[in-house]
Design a protein around this ligand. Structure first.
Ligand code: PLP
Length: 381
């Protein structure tokens, strides 16, 4: 077996900070930028950093810069969007907890959207649900992710948004996992609100934004000073925003390279299937992000597998978590109607901007060492 350095294959959790972002952030710190609300030179310098970053983020997602409102991350942006006084909220259970938890708390009627075994929202059922609930009245919201963090499955967003528009339903899309991995156009999609997070792009954690369509009336969640044109109070995180802006700039230029990751993802999946025929690649036939592979090995506990890979120097994620000796299931995989052996054993491999062939080989070697000996519980492939 070849000796490898650690292989980080958990980009959907967070991407390593890009050098250009680190430099943009240390520059913002070193050059004494002040409070962006101040009129003096230091304040104007901070304002310039924020305005520049807003342009960069807007360009990346094809939105107007005035539509980009910086927040402390996508979780805050989701809480803000969901707290908009909605009477009915439509969403599938495959949404990220950052979206699902505030929906549960909001007091709105939650209409759960079914997904098929590939994790794709059933368009016909959505059309029917919009009709069934048309009489509910009030303000209605469809919350739908662009791509799933666990499986990488991409929703048919243009169709879903088209139906929502016909039904007079406002749309929030969680584009956290899709931005930086493929072209995303806020304008082209026609969504009303969109979530973006810097740390998934190789920027810093603790900063993101809600993109809010021009003219949309949304009361602020965090109020205080008049920052972000009265939409999000609090002294701006200038250093974080500088890193976010730089990430947006670098990522926009790197999109064609990102697309090439699909060949390594396919190689990993071929290796898994060739060496462990009882393993299953989840939603392999769906339209998926090029960097994400969700693999289940029936009979293996996902969390325990993550630890075994970690000991071999490979960082992955499990869809499930083990608490009080009981293996929890991945909510996303449960919503897809998959068996317990799959929902408790899934592993996520996610590649990104610094992934190398060495990392892929390290994964393959570790896979054989850990999974090569496993026996099928039953064939689910
Ligand atoms: N939505 C999705 C799909 C995510 O994967 C994440 C982060 O894991 C979030 C929202 C939350 O983003 P943040 O870490 O910026 O709060």
């Amino acid at each position: 077996m070849t000796l490898h350095r650690r292989a980080y294959l958990d980009y959907n959790a967070t991407a390593p900070l890009r050098d250009a972002c680190r430099t943009a952030m240390t520059d913002a710190m070193a050059h004494g930028v002040g409070n962006a609300s101040s009129v003096h030179a230091e304040g104007r310098a901070a304002r310039a950093v924020i305005d520049g970053a807003r342009e960069d983020v807007a360009r990346l997602v094809d939105a107007k810069s005035t539509e980009v409102i910086f927040t402390s991350g996508a979780t805050e942006a989701a809480s803000w969007a969901v707290s908009g006084g909605w009477t009915t909220i439509y969403s599938a259970m495959i949404e990220h907890p950052a979206v699902l938890k505030p929906i549960e708390r909001s007091g709105a009627k939650h209409v759960v959207l079914p997904v098929d075994r590939l994790g794709v929202i059933d368009v016909g059922r959505l059309r029917k649900l919009f009709r069934d609930h048309a009489g509910d009245g009030g303000k209605q919201l469809l919350a739908v992710q662009l791509a799933n963090n666990e499986t990488g499955v991409i929703q048919p967003l243009a169709t879903l948004i088209g139906l929502a528009k016909e039904a007079g339903v406002t749309v929030l899309t969680d584009a956290v996992q899709a931005v930086g991995k493929q072209e995303v156009s806020f304008r082209g999609l026609g969504a009303d609100m969109m979530l973006v997070s810097a740390h998934k792009l190789g920027g810093p954690s603790g900063v993101g934004c809600l993109v809010v369509r021009e003219g949309m009336n949304l009361m602020s969640l965090v109020c205080g000073g008049g920052q972000e044109r009265n939409r999000r109070g609090g002294t701006e995180n200038v250093v974080g925003i500088a890193g976010f802006g730089m990430a947006a700039r670098v990522v926009a230029a790197a999109l064609p390279n990102f697309a090439k990751l699909s060949s390594w993802r396919d190689r990993i999946e071929a290796h898994v299937k060739a060496t462990t025929p009882h393993a299953a690649v989840i939603a392999q036939d769906a339209s998926r992000l090029v960097n994400t592979s969700c693999i289940a090995i029936p009979g293996q506990n996902g969390e325990a597998s993550v630890i075994k890979f970690d000991l071999k120097g490979v960082s992955l994620s499990a869809g499930s978590a083990c608490s009080s000796g009981k293996t929890a299931q991945s909510d996303t995989l449960v919503a897809m109607g998959l068996d317990d052996e799959i929902t408790t054993s899934a592993l996520r491999v996610s590649l990104g901007w610094a992934t190398t062939q060495d990392d892929i080989e390290a994964f393959e070697d570790a896979w054989i060492a850990i999974m090569g000996q496993t026996k099928p519980v039953r064939n689910v492939a």
